[in-house]
Design a protein around this ligand. Structure first.
Ligand code: ADP
Length: 576
């Protein structure tokens, strides 16, 4: 299973938006603070600038008054007062363009030149004042002349004051307007930044919700997949073992694996199995991943052939190892049995060929015996030898019968279905094993309650083979069970309703319990591999089935009984 991982995309856009919003927010705040401070400073300065113009105008009025007072009654004190006033006025004039407040005025009112002219004029007037003597009769007139000459300064200062007042009024108007609609730009910026922030939060929350939904859906899918996988693994007939590679402990096994070892997971037996599998999985290059074939000795002592593979998996979120193994013991056994069956088939072919070849010499011997017999009749006292020759002839006949049976037995079955006499076929099959039974000290009896011409339909040779197989199995059962005395096999043949029933019953101890459920399946055998193939009863069942009959087996007191039921010829024809 391959997994494609999509790299989560970094949300650069929201981050950038957040950064921009925060920057805008701070910028707005700072702008607002700076603007407010500047405005208040400016307002103060402008207000002060009006004050400077007003002060200058005031000093002018005072100086003008001082000159008028001195002109009415010229005396030393009045002159000194007028001179002081002119000096104070002179000191005020530079403030109009040189102070902070004056610089504000200078930018909006054309004052520098007129003020310089006023200064020059005032300097000239101040020079004239000390020359006046209080006792001089023209002092009053001189003072009035100076007052008159000073009038342009008053006009200039008045103009400046008026313009400054007008400017201040404009500023006040604007301030009021601003106060009514405070900080449009900062407000706008605040609005933009707030909108950005809201957008960002909206985007982010939407994104988070989508991501959360995707994660929840993915988690559900993963959980469902894991549950499915577990169910499949549990149901698998193969043994599946999950191993923690850190310490080679077993973290999960399915039911097939539990059945194989049949011990708790923390039992050392699991570790033994795992290490054996690791060893088996190591290939020629020393790598331990791939296919494996191994034999495993269970605690019970049974040897199991296992075939499987070892691979890496992600199990419960962690990298682990998965060992998958199939019990191939039955397949291995079947392979051996097939080989054995093939060998037996070859042997059977050889036996048939030998039987065929023996026919020729047997015929020659028979002919020679007949000739010798004929010659002996002409010789006197030849009766003794003739008796011997008769015995030779009888044995030759017997040998011929045996080879005939072997040839019949080995002959390939045809697909022809012909009626044949049941009793005769049973006789032939019994005669085929008679010698073996005699040498094994087994009594073989036939209880036939059937007419000699009772017919059944089928391939006679194959039917004989079925009976022979049952008789050979019974003989083998005596060998393996160890029953030595009163060995007996009875073959019963009778007619029941429309069927012929053939029973083969022995007292050899019965059929083993473990083989009973699969008795008629191929390769079910309790015999050692070199002796049994487990094919005999399976072939018997298919032969009987081809004859439209049935075959069954049961254990009876002291032995086994096989029962075959075949339709009689009349019934068989109907069935056909
Ligand atoms: P095979 O003889 O090669 O084992 P069969 O199919 O003929 O194959 O027989 C299957 C098995 O059935 C035998 O291995 C034996 O265990 C059991 N069996 C058959 N006949 C008898 C019998 N008469 N008594 C006890 N067991 C029998």
């Amino acid at each position: 299973m391959t997994s494609s991982r999509t790299k989560p995309s970094i949300g650069w856009l929201p981050l950038a938006l957040i950064a921009i919003t925060v920057a805008l927010f701070f910028a707005t705040g700072m702008l607002y603070v700076t603007q407010t401070r500047n405005r208040s400073l400016m307002t103060q300065t402008i207000r002060s600038s009006g004050w400077v113009a007003y002060q200058a105008e005031l000093e002018y009025v005072k100086a003008d008054s001082a000159l008028a007072v001195a002109a009415i009654a010229p005396n030393a004190d009045a002159l000194a007062a007028a001179e002081l006033r002119l000096e104070i006025l002179r000191s005020r004039l530079p403030l109009l363009y040189n102070s902070d407040e004056g610089r504000v005025l200078r930018d909006v009112i054309d004052l520098e030149k007129p003020v310089h002219a006023a200064e020059t004029l005032l300097d000239g007037l101040m020079d004239r004042l000390p020359a006046i003597s209080p006792t001089d009769p023209g002092a009053a007139e001189t003072l009035l002349a100076i007052q008159k000459d000073m009038a342009p300064i008053g006009t200039t200062l008045k103009r400046i004051l008026m313009e400054s007042v007008a400017y201040n009024q404009e500023i006040f108007r604007r301030e009021r307007a601003l106060a009514e609609a405070p900080g449009m730009v900062p407000l706008l910026l605040l609005f933009v930044s707030g909108t950005c922030l809201a957008l960002v939060l909206l985007l982010q929350s939407r994104r988070d919700r989508l991501r959360l939904d995707a994660i929840v859906a993915a988690q559900k899918t993963v959980i469902a997949m894991e549950e499915n996988l577990r169910a499949i693994i549990e149901a698998m007939p193969a043994c599946m073992i999950v191993i923690n590679p850190q310490d080679d402990s077993v973290s999960f096994v399915n039911s097939a694996a539990s059945a194989l070892v049949n011990l708790p997971l923390d039992h050392a037996e699991w570790r033994r199995l795992v290490h054996a599998a690791f060893q088996a999985a190591i290939d020629s290059s020393g790598d331990r991943w791939g296919m494996l074939n191994m034999s495993y000795a269970r605690i019970s002592g049974d040897i199991t052939s296992l075939r499987g593979s070892l691979c890496r998996v992600i199990w419960e979120g962690r990298p682990q190892l998965l060992l998958v193994m199939v019990d191939v013991s039955r397949v291995r056994r079947a392979e051996l049995q097939v080989m054995q069956a093939a060998k037996l088939a070859t042997l059977g072919e050889m036996a048939t060929a030998i039987a065929h070849e023996l026919n020729q010499p047997l015929a020659v011997i028979r002919m020679a015996v007949a000739n010798a017999n004929r010659l002996l009749t002409q010789i006197e006292g030849g009766e003794l030898v003739a008796g011997k020759l008769d015995r030779i002839s009888a044995q030759v006949d017997r040998a011929k019968r045996i080879t005939d049976q072997v040839r019949r037995y080995g002959r390939m079955p045809s697909e022809e279905n012909e009626p044949f006499p049941l009793r005769h076929a049973v006789d032939l099959a019994m005669s085929f094993v008679a010698d073996h039974y005699r040498s094994a000290n087994i009594r073989l009896a036939l209880e036939a309650d059937i007419a000699a011409d009772t017919l059944v339909m089928g391939e006679q040779t194959m039917f004989e083979q079925v009976i022979v197989n049952l008789l050979v199995n019974a003989r083998d059962a005596f060998e393996s069970s160890g029953v030595r005395t009163a060995r007996s096999v009875v073959v019963r043949v009778r007619v029941h309703e429309d069927e012929a029933v053939i029973e083969v019953e022995d007292n050899a101890g019965g059929i083993a319990e473990e083989v009973m459920p699969r008795l008629f399946e191929p390769f079910s055998t309790t015999k050692p591999t070199e002796k049994g193939t487990g094919l005999g009863l399976s072939i018997a069942r298919s032969v009987i089935r081809d004859m439209h009959g049935t075959i069954g087996a049961e254990n009876v007191a002291g032995g086994a009984r096989f029962v075959i039921a075949l339709p009689l010829r009349h019934a068989a024809r109907n069935a056909a």
